[in-house]
Design a binder for this molecule. Structure first.
Ligand code: UDX
Length: 432
């Protein structure tokens, strides 16, 4: 089939390459000329394991290319995926839909009658019904098909998703999308065909549930800190109950990134508009628990340094919002680094992949070319993003370069006994 993909960020670039991998002819479009140029050369403008190979393979096969022209998109095919971002509005909780609206408007001036527009962006409930009016007015149809991919596993999640959800108004549109995803559906992937509003809600409900699970265990961590209990053992014991499960029960610095924080906020904002704000008021607490962890991390560092961070040297390991990503959007690690610096410390940050993004957006922080350099002469080391490089690092690598052997493990991912046996004072969130 001939498909187009509008927007080439984490979602769109991965979707475009994955659809070509399934055997379709794919044209991706982005307004950013530089990005298009790089993608056409097989160069992924962000870090996503497996994507460079997938992109190159499909460009080489001739099934994938990128453009900046909507006229080309309209003429290319009749199934158009909308994969543009919906960031948080500045100064508000609500989602900024201007990119979605602009993409659909540009597309509609070029689409042919009978075309199917497939919305994949995360949007507030009611957006699909609103967009459908203008889409149906030009004789095209809309399907809402949310995307659940995780950064770091984007290729795997796109080619082998847990489920496919499609919100439709016609059997024809559902049939066309089933055809697009035929190889995935042939692998017995569950497919839920529903209405627009349900499809939109599945995505924000899923992200709210995941955020709730993380904040639940982080709330337990707060209680563990005052009772002397160990949150990692608590989570392990809980996880043996099948009904609870162990995933997303990892206590630490909490969630960040381009999705969970802004999605729960946009969901609350939308619930307010719909008059059901009470139904989601618990998400305010989920957000608050999450933000408190960052403050607690700074307090732990301060405690370790005899009550003041003024004039203290701090080595920060991690800048990305999670490992295997160079994404620093709402990164807890950088938030903590900034707060520690504001408290008077001299901070040096190292991350295996997110240095360029961090330097661009957090120019006031100082950066080091390696973990050892970040920890050089440090009075305390903060482990804030659990990259394998840090988890596997033997404490002796840092022991001789630091001024004092003190580490705060913000992700409960280091071997506590090992660090202590090497003479380090080890502190973590939710355990002693
Ligand atoms: C998330 C959803 O998982 C995905 O389905 C959706 O499509 C987009 O949002 P992503 O933002 O890539 O994906 O990251 P995810 O792996 O969900 O992690 C989110 C944050 O939660 C990270 O900052 C991570 O460090 C944190 N986290 C995750 C925890 O603190 N504890 C956990 O147990 C799990």
């Amino acid at each position: 089939m001939k498909l187009t993909v509008i927007g080439t960020g984490y979602l769109g670039a991965t979707h475009a390459a994955a659809m070509a991998e399934l055997g379709h002819d794919v044209l991706g479009i982005d307004t950013d000329e530089m990005k298009v140029k790089r993608l056409n050369c097989g160069d992924v403008p962000f870090f996503e394991p497996g994507l460079p190979e997938l992109l190159q393979r499909n460009i080489d096969s001739g099934r994938l290319r990128f453009t900046t022209s909507y006229a080309e998109v309209g003429a290319f095919g009749d199934v158009h995926f909308v994969c543009v971002g919906t960031p948080q509005k500045k100064g508000e909780y609500a989602a900024d839909l201007s990119y979605v609206d602009a993409a659909v408007a540009s597309l509609l001036s070029e689409v042919r009658a009978g075309a199917v527009v497939v919305g994949k962006s995360t949007v507030p409930a009611g957006t699909a019904a609103r967009l459908a009016e203008s889409i149906e007015a030009v004789g095209a149809e809309l399907v809402w098909n949310p995307e659940f991919l995780r950064e770091g596993f984007a290729v795997e999640d796109t080619l082998r998703p847990d489920r496919i959800v499609m919100g439709v108004r016609s059997e024809r549109a559902a049939g066309i999308l089933r055809e697009v995803y035929a190889p995935i559906l042939a692998a017995d992937t569950p497919c839920i065909v529903t209405d627009f509003a349900t499809a939109e809600l599945v995505k924000v409900a899923a992200n709210s549930f995941l955020a709730t699970k993380i904040s639940f265990i982080n709330a337990m961590a707060e209680v563990c800190e005052v009772t002397g209990a160990d949150v990692t053992q608590l989570a392990a014991a809980l996880s043996h109950d099948d009904r609870i499960g162990g995933k997303f029960l990892h206590a630490g610095l909490g969630f960040g990134g381009g999705c969970l924080p802004k999605d729960i906020r946009a969901f609350m904002a939308r619930a307010g508009e719909l008059g059901v704000d009470q139904a989601l008021s618990f998400l305010k607490e989920i957000d608050a628990i999450n933000m408190r962890r960052r403050a607690r991390m700074v307090d732990l560092a301060r405690e370790l340094c005899d009550g003041s961070l003024a004039g203290v040297r701090v080595g920060v390991l991690g800048a990305a919002f999670k490992p295997n990503s160079d994404d620093i959007r709402d990164s807890p690690a950088l938030d903590v680094a900034v707060a520690v610096q504001r408290a008077g410390a001299a901070v040096r940050v190292y991350d295996p992949q997110a240095m360029t993004n961090a330097k661009d957006s957090y120019a006031t922080l100082a950066y080091a070319p390696s973990a050892v350099d970040a920890a050089m002469d440090a009075d305390v080391v903060l482990h804030l993003t659990e990259w394998a490089e840090f988890r596997q690092m033997h404490p002796s690598v840092l022991s001789e370069v630091v001024r004092a052997r003190r580490i705060v493990d913000g992700r409960n991912a280091l071997d506590r006994e090992l660090w202590r046996s090497e003479g380090w004072t080890y502190r973590a969130l939710g355990r002693h």
